[in-house]
Design a protein around this ligand. Structure first.
Ligand code: SF4
Ligand code: SF4
Ligand code: SF4
Length: 232
């Protein structure tokens, strides 16, 4: 039998909701465990030694101790995955939070170490986790996620909420959730953060054209991004 891959599930500053989401996949977990061995996971009471094949890390960095911890994890992991919006963006996952400064240290892990793959969401989507894990085990290049929520929403052929005068952040939000909220008849509130090429100015223009009130956080975000363009 092929040797199972050694994986570790690690938490920095977090609510541990991402790891719980993974451990909740009880039915699929048994199948997964045929291919991987969990060698380190505080929530399961497993503390392992030695190198690991894949480290899944949730949570942001809030202290020097955590900075040290993530460097240690990186050293022993062949592949490292940032799991959940805390690890990927420092917890500023809601678009409205991008223009804010809380004053509390909340660094995304790629500020300190190299991240190989990102799993967005709060918590992570267990299906996305499984697909990425399968791709890594099979040494396949992981699939590209859709650029925006809109690019996934259009396949459901529902009337666009913007056309109904309802604010929906799909056009500027990173895809990958399969338009979860829209499928459940709710507007996207941007929980996966800004898409790579989000055009805030263009989005504000569309909102105005459709008679939708532009929220303050979008105006602020637009200013912050303009400032960023000037200083780069
Ligand atoms: S991304 Fe969400 S669920 Fe995951 S650790 Fe952070 S707050 Fe918890
Ligand atoms: S409803 Fe929202 S996510 Fe769907 S197409 Fe319209 S703006 Fe995009
Ligand atoms: S539709 Fe928007 S708010 Fe809902 S899960 Fe997807 S990214 Fe998050």
């Amino acid at each position: 039998m092929k040797e199972r891959m050694r994986i570790g599930l690690y938490s920095l500053s977090s609510c541990e909701g991402c790891i719980v989401e993974i451990l909740n996949m009880e039915d699929k977990l048994l199948e997964i465990l045929k291919h991987v061995e969990i060698v380190d996971c505080r929530l399961l009471g497993i503390t392992g030694e030695g190198n690991i094949d894949i480290a899944f890390v949730e949570g942001f960095i809030s202290s020097n101790d955590e900075e040290e911890k993530i460097r240690e994890i990186r050293k022993k992991a062949r592949v490292l995955v940032a799991m959940g919006d805390c690890a990927c963006s420092g917890g500023r996952f809601l678009i409205k939070d991008f223009g804010e400064a809380s004053g509390i240290r909340a660094d995304p892990i790629d500020k300190i170490i190299k991240v190989d793959y990102y799993l967005w969401g709060c918590p992570v989507n267990s299906e996305e986790f499984l697909i990425l894990l399968r791709d890594i085990i099979q040494d396949k290049k992981p699939r590209e996620i859709s650029k925006t929520v809109c690019s996934e929403c259009i396949f459901f052929e529902k009337e666009c909420l913007l056309d109904k005068g309802i604010l929906c952040l799909g056009p500027i939000t990173r895809g990958g959730c399969n338009a979860l909220c829209l499928v459940n008849n709710r507007a996207c509130f941007g929980c996966r953060g800004l898409s790579e090429d989000a055009n805030i100015g263009g989005f504000i223009k569309i909102l105005k054209e459709k008679g939708i009130e532009v929220p303050d956080y979008l105006k602020k975000l637009s200013e912050v991004m303009k400032l960023g363009e000037k200083t780069h």
